[in-house]
Every structure is written in C-alpha cells, then in structure tokens.
Design a protein around this ligand. Structure first.
Ligand SMILES: Nc1ncnc2c1ncn2[C@@H]1O[C@H](COP(=O)(O)OP(=O)(O)O)[C@@H](O)[C@H]1O
Ligand SMILES: [Mg+2]
Length: 158
C-alpha cells in the first residue's frame, strides 16, 4: 500500500491529540503535557500518523493513575530523525511481554481485566503505520516506574 504524501507538522498533530486526551482525562484528574521542542515535519499520511499518536497517548492515559501526568516530548535525534516520547506513570508491562504488545490482539492481563479499552490492535496498527513512514516504534519500562513509548520518524528536509 502506498503512503499518502502530505507534509505533516508533528507539532500540530501532537497538539491536536493532546487537546483531545486532556478533554478525556480531565474528569479523572489526568493531565497530558506536551513538551514540544523541535517543530519538524514528516512526509506521509496525516490521518494515519494521527492515529498512531492517538493510540499511544490513549494507552498512556488509560494506564496512568488518576492525578498523574502523561508527558510527551518531541526532540531531534542527531541523524535527522524526530523522536516523540510518550511517558506515563502506570504499571508498565512485564519485560518479557514488551515485544509482544506490538502484535495484533495481544493485551496485557491488566488491560484484559478491564471493561474499557480496545481489542489489542492499537499498537499493531501503530507499528505498521510507523514502519510505512520509514520510522520505528519501541517501548520500555521507565526506571522509576511507568511506561515509555518512543516513536522515531524521518524529518522532512525543508
Ligand atoms: N502505557 C501502557 N502502560 C501499560 N501497558 C500498556 C501501555 N500501552 C500498552 N500497554 C499494553 O499493551 C497492550 C496492547 O496495547 P494496544 O495494542 O493498544 O491494545 P489495547 O489498548 O486495545 O489493549 C495493552 O493491552 C496493555 O497490556
Ligand atoms: Mg490501545
């Protein structure tokens, strides 16, 4: 499948996702903060890229406890790559399952036992979409608790 060739401002895109997420999280006292720094553009499919960030930010918002903050940052890596990092204060994922969560229909026990949430395809779709744009998506537990998802995308040279 060909990828559309929009010029997509990641800053604008993430700000839209953050506004929606803050609306969603407000009643539980959850805050989403965007520490944008590098306003880079990426060539690709705007709505597909938006769905990537929506999925990842929604996951973070769901798992972060009430009264905590989800933090998103966008930074340029040395090699013309934009790195967007989404961090929460939730339980994280057992180390052995971290690679599995990018496969379709894989959901953690914690998520499976909850009435809310999706079907375990959000990260699989995100993984495929990021790869189509020449990027990578990885995840890790944070050293002091919480989960961290890192999305790297090639910056469009102006
Ligand atoms: N921020 C997060 N904190 C803890 N677990 C997460 C987080 N994001 C994803 N996961 C785990 O990865 C699984 C797969 O995520 P996803 O593909 O988005 O499916 P879904 O959101 O429908 O459960 C989730 O069920 C959950 O177990
Ligand atoms: Mg999800």
């Amino acid at each position: 499948m060909d990828v559309k060739q929009d010029v997509v401002s990641i800053d604008d895109l993430v700000r839209t996702v953050v506004a929606n997420a803050n609306f969603e999280g407000a009643d539980k006292g959850k805050l989403v903060v965007f520490e944008g720094s590098r306003n880079a553009s990426v060539r690709g499919d705007r709505s597909l890229l938006q769905s990537v960030f929506e999925n990842v930010v929604r996951n973070a918002l769901r798992h972060t406890p009430s009264g905590t903050t989800v933090t998103i940052s966008a930074k340029q890596a040395a090699d013309d790559t934009l790195v967007v990092v989404v961090e929460d204060c939730g339980p994280g994922v057992p180390e052995a399952q971290i690679e599995e969560i990018f496969k379709p229909f894989v959901r953690g026990d914690y998520a499976r036992n909850r009435a809310s949430g999706g079907y375990g395809i959000g990260l699989a779709i995100a993984h495929a979409a990021v790869r189509k744009h020449g990027g990578t998506i990885t995840a890790a537990n944070r050293t002091n608790g919480g989960f961290c998802v890192k999305i790297s995308l090639p910056i469009l040279k102006s």
